[in-house]
Ligand binder design. Structure first.
Ligand code: HOZ
Length: 428
């Protein structure tokens, strides 16, 4: 008998390209039918057939409080009752802007947008407008949304489908993007030494989360900071994924880096569409209407979305929140690694705050080439075994995983127990 997920997917493909509104969701990498979700509550999601899963995707990061957090839902309902959007300033957007600028040392001014992609593309335009230079440096396997100049050797869906650069990006645009190796300090120094006065900005995921999870090598982020300062380039930390996810002061706090610009998204919207970019007032004031760099949006600063973000931000910045989330996430990855070892499966895992990576390789990768060398077939088999066990992981070997505050110790134990059974099957 065809499942409801199968029926919905078949129907969807007739009117939505690939049946999905974002490519990785299509399950092409792991094979099979995407699950259509009908409900989420806490750590769990229910698919269209009524099967329940422990969720480690959390809508790709935003749901740090779990699904349908009651305080967040209440704030959304109360704010929505007062009007959905005005296309004019509101006190709510001021509240979140004051919170963010008061919280992150490098964020003197901030502008709200509706997605992470908008945040990164606007930050890059601003960096170029500010410096009067065109050249942009990014790192192979990092993903910063789908603006033209960023779709070159990018991660996430582009890696999932094995085509790291997109069609439709004019050569005239891509010639202004220089792609370097993540964690390669020597290469960064050499490029700055040669072309430092042409470089408008460096954009980097301070913990890469779109080629699975790759941690920054000691000194890597500091080297970017130093080179940008020395050569007058803008350092953009793309914290769309890591912001309020790896620690209360984001990755910049964790690694002690003050960027010139920060991009945010995901958690700051608490499950609603919110993005932001901000940084030094001197740079931010180049934005219209104060300055010559144009950027705008009908739903930017939307009060309902911002209300969800504010509740989430207050909760995740409460003392002890990240101690608990970090400990839980560590326990998960340590449990998974021990289960694999017991079954004789080549596997490793690591976490940063509430974000984790699992790898079918002997040790955690340090860059794109090592990520590509992991056993993707083993991941795909493990993925489907876990799905049968009722554990929902990201449907691609190239995405990070996320734990929420709603995951209980019992949830973590159940996940490790499920993985133990899957590793045994995988080894057999
Ligand atoms: N590019 C997102 C994850 N890194 C996927 C977003 C989605 O499919 O919703």
């Amino acid at each position: 008998m065809t499942s409801r997920n199968d029926q919905l997917f078949e129907q969807s493909q007739k009117c939505i390209p690939g049946g999905v509104n974002s490519p990785v969701r299509a399950f092409r990498s792991v094979g099979g039918t995407p699950r259509f979700f009908a409900k989420g509550e806490g750590s769990r999601v229910w698919d269209a057939d009524g099967k329940v899963y422990l969720d480690y995707v959390g809508s790709w990061g935003p749901l740090i409080l779990g699904h349908a957090d009651p305080d967040t839902v209440r704030a959304v309902q109360e704010t929505a009752a007062l009007g959905l959007t005005f296309g004019a300033p509101t006190a709510k957007e001021l509240e979140i802007a004051e919170f963010l600028t008061g919280w992150l040392p490098g964020l003197e001014k901030v502008r709200l947008v509706s997605s992470g992609t908008e945040a990164t593309m606007s930050a890059i335009r601003l960096a170029r407008g500010h410096t009067g230079r065109d050249l942009l440096i990014k790192f192979e396997g990092c993903y910063h949304g789908h603006a033209d100049s960023l779709l070159i050797k990018a991660g996430s869906g582009l890696l999932t489908f094995g085509s790291p650069s997109s069609a439709g990006v004019p050569a005239d645009t891509s010639k202004h993007t220089l792609v370097l190796d993540y964690n390669n300090i020597e290469q960064v120094n050499a490029v700055f030494a040669e072309r430092g006065n042409e470089i408008a900005c460096v954009i980097v995921e301070p913990v890469a989360g779109n080629m699975n999870l790759v941690k920054p090598a000691p000194g890597f982020l500091q080297c970017l900071r130093e080179n940008c300062t020395k050569h007058g380039a803008v350092l953009i930390l793309d914290e769309v994924m890591t912001g309020f996810r790896v620690g209360p002061k984001c990755a910049q706090g964790l690694y002690g880096i003050v960027p010139d610009l920060t991009t945010l998204g995901k958690v700051i919207g608490g499950g609603m569409p919110v993005g932001a970019f901000g940084g030094k007032a001197e740079i931010m004031d180049k934005l219209a209407p104060n300055g010559p760099v144009y950027q705008a949006g009908t739903l930017s600063g939307n009060p309902v979305a911002v209300a969800a973000g504010l509740v989430t931000l207050r909760k995740v910045t409460a003392p002890g929140f990240f101690d608990a989330l970090g400990a839980k996430t560590r326990r998960l990855v340590e449990g998974l690694a021990a289960a694999a070892k017991a079954a004789g499966v080549v596997f490793s895992a690591q976490s940063v705050g509430g974000m984790f990576g699992i790898y079918f390789s002997a040790k955690a990768p340090t860059g794109y080439a090592e990520v590509m060398a992991c056993d993707k077939e083993a991941f795909n088999r493990f993925y489907h075994l876990m799905l049968l066990e009722g554990v929902y992981l990201a449907p691609s070997a190239f995405e990070a995983g996320f734990v929420s505050a709603a995951h209980s110790d019992a949830d973590i134990d159940a996940t490790i127990a499920a993985a133990r059974r899957c590793f045994v099957k995988l080894a057999g």
